[in-house]
Design a protein around this ligand. Structure first.
Ligand SMILES: [Fe+2]
Length: 194
């Protein structure tokens, strides 16, 4: 976490919820003057109040501290609009149906932005019976490798973890049109229509 909650964040979230300083103060058990002091940078909420303050403002504690509340715009849960997150420290991979506040190893993870597949990460897709055999011609050394492949359609995510010194290939049962994702530990996330 970069910083503590700021008065500007409290004010913006409180006004967004159309709460008065008095209403917020009553909900969390402090005086209206205390809330006013926070918002004008003349004081900070005690750490024991953060849970209650976050709940009253309808955000997570992490969002309250970062000042970046997250709104999931993909409420229908369309998997075609889902996001991948990858921890730069431990390599953990997380998937979310929409936007989320996700952290791992103490790092707040941004959603990976997928680029178009480039020449160095070309995907070969061959039909084999009712499957698609996907190959990436790419290094699989300990320092530079394809970390995962995913085949995403509107209702299903097929995710295959790959490992250094293994083969950069897998088979996916055919599920219709969607996105084929490839993640390289050095070059990031790329995708192509399938
Ligand atoms: Fe690469």
């Amino acid at each position: 976490m970069d910083c503590y909650v700021t008065g500007a964040t409290v004010k913006r979230l409180r006004e967004g919820k159309q709460l008065t300083q008095t209403a917020l103060a009553e909900t969390i058990g402090v005086s209206p003057k205390t809330v006013s002091k926070w918002e004008t940078a003349k004081g900070l909420p005690d750490i024991s109040l953060l849970d209650a303050l976050a709940a009253a403002l309808d955000v997570s504690v992490a969002e309250l501290l970062s000042g970046n509340p997250v709104t999931n715009r993909n409420v229908s849960g369309n998997l075609m609009r889902s996001r991948f997150y990858c921890c730069p420290v431990c390599g953990n991979v997380l998937h979310a149906v929409g936007e989320a506040m996700i952290s791992c190893c103490g790092v707040t993870l941004p959603p990976l932005e997928a680029e178009e597949v480039d020449d160095a990460h070309q995907l070969t897709v061959e039909p084999v019976e009712d499957e698609r055999f996907v190959t990436v011609r790419h290094d699989m050394t300990k320092t530079h490798y394809i970390s995962f492949l995913a085949y995403v359609t509107s209702d299903r995510v097929q995710f295959v973890k790959l490992y250094p010194e293994g083969n950069a290939e897998t088979r996916f049962p055919v599920r219709g049109r969607g996105w084929l994702y490839v993640y390289c530990n050095r070059h990031g996330l790329m995708r192509q229509k399938i």
